[in-house]
Design a protein around this ligand. Structure first.
Ligand code: ADP
Ligand code: MG
Length: 777
């Protein structure tokens, strides 16, 4: 032990020496100057002594004050400089992979070191960390994964949970786990960091833990809402862009999901907003069309105009545009590149800031451009608090946010864009006043802002809990409802019960709420359980490629576009992909067609002709790769495409797999004289969206439709459906139809035996048992 201590002490001495040399070099001196100018630096002693004296400390401070880059370093430095030497092992979590990567890179640069030496990072499928790494940045999902194998976080001395104000589901979940862990690890230190002043909530959750606030400073920011923007810039709303407002459909959707009381309020807000912005008659017909309107056809006209206005009329300074997701960022970037002013590279440096960008591009975001060049950064809400761009003077805020991260262990992918909270809007506005007085353009009327919630509801209260419940089970944390009752804010009893019930129905949990074999596999796939089920079965039954396409397509925005003025043409184009009563298989065909066209550099043309979104196609393409490598990690597929695609062209089998995933999302097809009607058990009569391939045919030759989404507008509409037969439903769904079972079963039992290849013996056996049990009952 003594020898070990001596080695550590010597190593620390060496690190101290290296830092001293670095800090005296010209670059190092400049870095130190910058670091000590940050507000966090002035609180260094207060922060360190609070951490020394308390097991849990909560630190709040405005975005950009130096929480993320400085506080972990303070701890690291004080450890290195302590008498016992660097015995520390600090883990700092970030909600998104891009911030884990960029922050660790920045800190390594501040210390004049290579990334992966003292400072490293780890995100899914990627990482940079070495033997001497004492400070590790990782996503919250990665830390949760580590807890799976190492319940006491052996050897970890400090856990820093960053961006807790975002109240992501993973972070809330992690806090419950850590709260349980603290008594078992009395020497472990927990530091929570927040960009807003809601520290009391966390403090009382941790028994009155002390709070340290870092006072900040920003310049005043002038605020313009939509009505002022129109007045100031002279922008005219034309008939086309009356429905071109940013994501109006999504607002509409939110109103469907909101509790009843808020619904009427939101609907009237929409109406007010439309009136305020001088939208024409908001008739019942518009309302209908809004509900099926796809935001991909929005032209971003106003943003384009505004950027041009700023470039031509405003003082120098970078522009930061907040959009909902990277698909929108790419579309807008494509559009702007052709603009005579904004697209002129001698005047404008147009950059994107989102999770999947290359690190070269990342660096440009932080750099000040040459004189006379205006930097425009298109960003998601990552630039709200996790990343600070110093020279921003103008902010354009679309008012929406969408969280998509495929990184987290438990992920509810593809959340709909919804209106942000007042706090978020203020954060966005604040980004304009870092270096001088700024301007903020909110692309929505004041009355919409007034109707924003003060804070965004924590994710745990607003999203389905199925994946979370699976994760609680996989971490062996006991009863789901008991565990969740100890959350910072517990989800409703009903929400928890619904999730458990659903997991039992789909066969992920058994009657006593324990994980089944299927459930265990689902916890390894960061997507909705229904999509995970499809993937697993697609892999086992060797028809992976088309199922990868379906699952990826369902994880991104609908690639089929329906522009208002070309609705019929668009629907006909989609019908062209369908021969077999399935929107899902139409997706597969559309994607496969694009792949072929894209190889001949005709991808754009293909999309244009077929009313498909290029961005969605690209997103599907990259997700497919990601999901494939996940399946490989888990051991469900090997790398031979011939094997795992043996049955990829068997449309009946594909149908069965889709049914296996989407069950219990099922409705019956009731034929009458000329057409058919649809019924579900819970809702009675339901309708199809007009862009469904099944809506175009008067006879569906199957008795059932499986669907992946139900949306209530005036009636209940089903989005994306696939027709299936009795027997498929019997074998791959549940016991809905009790008609002529025996005959079907005999035949299909053989069919399944024939197809099933034991990819993993255990899973195969479990499916088979399930099937046999089912046949017996
Ligand atoms: P906080 O976490 O409090 O929001 P940060 O620690 O992320 O603040 O950032 C502190 C300062 O460091 C900011 O002014 C920011 O501009 C600067 N900074 C952070 N990351 C980088 C980077 N990659 N390149 C240049 N400057 C950066
Ligand atoms: Mg930060």
């Amino acid at each position: 032990k003594a020898a070990m201590e001596k080695i550590i002490w010597r190593k620390s001495q060496q690190m101290q020496g290296e830092q001293l040399i670095w800090q005296q070099s010209p670059e190092g001196r400049k870095m130190m100057e910058f670091r000590s100018s940050l507000p966090a630096y002035k609180e260094k002693d207060a922060i360190l002594s609070a951490i020394l004296q308390n097991q849990v400390v909560i630190i709040s401070g405005e975005t950009g004050c130096g929480k993320t880059t400085q506080i972990p370093q303070f701890i690291l430095e004080s450890e290195i400089n302590s008498i016992r030497g660097a015995m520390c092992n600090i883990i700092c979590t970030q909600p998104r992979r891009i911030s884990a990567m960029s922050v660790s890179e920045r800190i390594a640069a501040e210390r004049g070191e290579k990334l992966g030496d003292t400072v490293g990072y780890k995100v899914r499928l990627e990482g940079m960390k070495g033997r001497d790494t004492h400070l590790l940045f990782c996503t919250t999902g990665i830390l949760l994964r580590r807890l799976l194998a190492d319940r006491n976080l052996k050897g970890v001395t400090h856990v820093i949970v960053d961006e807790i104000h975002e109240r992501g589901m993973n972070e809330d979940f992690l806090l419950i786990v850590l709260k349980d862990l603290l008594p078992r690890r009395p020497e472990l230190r927990l530091i929570l960091m927040s960009a807003t002043l809601d520290a009391e909530l966390f403090s009382s959750y941790f028994g009155g833990a002390p709070m340290v606030h870092i006072p900040g400073f920003t310049y005043p920011v002038q605020t313009h809402f939509l009505e002022n923007i129109l007045e100031r810039t002279g922008y005219q709303l034309t008939p086309y862009n009356q429905i071109d407002d940013y994501g109006m459909e999504k607002m509409w959707k939110m109103s469907k999901q909101a509790p009843r009381k808020r619904k009427s309020q939101i609907v009237s807000v929409v109406e007010e907003a439309l009136k305020a912005a001088d939208f024409k008659d908001y008739s019942a017909q518009t309302r209908e069309s809004l509900s099926c309107w796809n935001p991909d056809c929005l032209g971003f006209n106003l943003i384009e105009y505004l950027l041009c206005y700023i470039c031509e009329n405003e003082r120098p300074g970078a522009v930061l545009v907040f959009l909902t997701g990277w698909e929108d960022i790419c579309s807008l970037k494509d559009k702007l590149q052709g603009h005579p002013v904004v697209g002129d590279t001698s005047q404008v440096l147009l950059l994107a800031c989102h999770g999947s960008m290359a690190s070269e591009e990342q660096k440009l975001i932080f750099d000040k451009p040459e004189d006379g060049i205006r930097k425009i950064v298109l960003a998601t809400n990552i630039a709200e608090t996790s990343i600070t761009i110093n020279d921003v003077v103008f902010v354009i805020d679309c008012g929406k946010a969408k969280e998509t991260s495929y990184d987290a262990l438990n992920n509810t992918p593809c959340l709909l864009p919804s209106w942000i909270s007042k706090v978020s809007a203020q954060q966005r506005r604040g980004r304009a006043g870092r270096v001088q007085p700024g301007e903020c353009y909110h692309l929505y009327p004041r009355c919409v802002y007034d109707a924003f919630a003060d804070y965004q509801l924590p994710e745990i209260l607003r999203t389905p809990l199925q994946s979370l419940c699976l994760q609680i089970k996989s971490l062996k944390l006991g009863s789901i409802s008991e565990f969740l009752s100890r959350a910072l804010q517990s989800p409703e009893y009903l929400a928890v019960q619904n999730a458990i019930e659903y997991l039992k129905i789909i066969g992920a949990l058994d009657e006593t709420e324990n994980l089944t074999v299927l459930g265990r596999y689902l916890t390894m796939l960061p997507m909705e359980p229904k999509l995970g089920k499809m993937l697993i079965l697609g892999a086992i039954l060797n028809c992976l490629d088309p199922i990868l396409s379906v699952v990826s397509a369902l994880s991104v925005r609908d690639p089929f576009l329906t522009p208002m003025d070309k609705k019929d043409l668009a629907e006909a184009a989609k019908a062209h992909f369908s021969r077999d009563y399935s929107d899902h298989l139409a997706l597969v065909r559309a994607f496969e067609g694009w792949k072929v066209a894209d190889r001949d550099l005709a991808g754009y043309e293909y999309c244009w002709k077929n009313f498909l979104s290029v961005q969605s196609m690209k997103a599907i393409d990259s997700l497919r790769k990601e999901f494939y490598s996940l399946l490989k990690d888990i051991g469900l597929v090997d790398s031979n495409p011939v094997t795992y695609n043996t049955w990829s062209y068997d449309e009946h089998l594909l149908r069965a797999i889709i049914c296996y995933g989407l069950y219990p999302g099922i409705c019956s097809v009731v034929h009458n004289e000329k057409s058919f009607s649809l019924k579900t058990m819970e809702d009675g009569q339901v309708l199809l969206y007009s862009n469904s391939v099944n809506a175009r045919d008067s006879r569906i030759p199957y008795p059932w439709l499986v669907f992946n989404e139900k949306i209530k507008v005036n009636s209940i509409f089903l989005r994306d459906s696939t027709a299936v037969s009795d027997s498929v439903l019997l074998l791959f769904g549940g016991a809905i139809s009790k008609g002529d079972m025996d005959g079907h079963l005999k035949m299909l039992g053989g069919y399944l035996e024939f197809y099933m290849e034991p990819a993993t013996e255990e899973l195969y056996q479990s499916l088979k048992r399930e099937l046999e049990e089912f046949i017996q009952t």
